[in-house]
Design a protein around this ligand. Structure first.
Ligand SMILES: Cc1cc2nc3c(=O)[nH]c(=O)nc-3n(C[C@H](O)[C@H](O)[C@H](O)COP(=O)(O)O)c2cc1C
Length: 203
């Protein structure tokens, strides 16, 4: 069983999300883990050349020139890596009510038609059946009640995994670190407990 960790933690050692990732690493033992650090491996974003190549290959079924293939190489590499994992763990902060741009770029890079999802006569379907995804996140606010509609981070990550067909999607979320600065330790501990429960079940 292979676990792929995809992390984007620009606050480094100060990151609250990292506390969850450290707990995950400490408590999953000697499981086969591969780590994609997005700080060191920025995903390509779609620009005219690679978007044209993607449409040509995946929507029109045409063969790409070597140059067009090269323009897709980064996305193809990230997608193959994602597909090789049984469990994907995404560790990311919430930025501006959503996923940070780099994490969104990662999803854009791996959500390739014909690779992680497909379209058929009865609509879209994910190709990542039987796989699990876990989202580790910290946010300054708490998105409940009236604020729930402002939340586009955790919900987007869960939607993206779901669209790709991941069947068991969980999260551990430290929410409210800026709203309740005097309760951060408790918030972290609560999310750690949620995480431990998932680890117990999955590993
Ligand atoms: C650029 C930036 C944007 C942020 N935007 C939001 C936001 O929209 N909503 C929120 O609840 N917290 C926001 N925060 C607070 C972070 O989510 C919070 O500091 C969290 O701890 C970040 O995770 P980390 O500690 O793993 O870096 C933002 C922080 C930064 C640096």
């Amino acid at each position: 069983m292979k676990t792929l960790i995809v992390s984007y933690l620009p606050r480094g050692e100060r990151s609250h999300t990292k506390k969850l990732l450290d707990t995950f690493l400490a408590e999953t033992g000697d499981t086969h883990i591969e780590h994609l650090d997005l700080l060191e491996n920025l995903p390509d974003v779609f620009l005219p050349e690679n978007l044209g190549a993607y449409i040509k290959r995946s929507y029109l079924g045409e063969t790409l020139t070597p140059e067009e293939l090269r323009s897709m190489a980064c996305m193809d590499r990230l997608t193959a890596q994602l597909k090789s994992a049984d469990i994907v763990v995404l560790a990311t902060p919430m930025h501006n009510f959503s996923l940070p741009a780099v994490v969104k770029a990662y999803f854009d890079a791996v959500m390739l038609k014909g690779e992680t999802w497909e379209a058929g006569p009865s609509g879209y379907f994910g190709l990542m059946k039987g796989k699990k995804a876990l989202v580790l996140m910290a946010s300054g606010g708490i998105y409940e009640g009236q604020m729930a509609s402002w939340e586009h981070g955790m919900s987007l990550a869960r939607t993206e995994f779901s669209f790709m067909g991941f069947e068991d999607i969980r999260h551990a979320w430290i929410a409210g670190v800026n709203m309740m600065p005097d309760k951060v330790d408790q918030l972290v501990e609560k999310a750690r407990e949620d995480l431990r429960e998932i680890i117990r079940e999955w590993y």
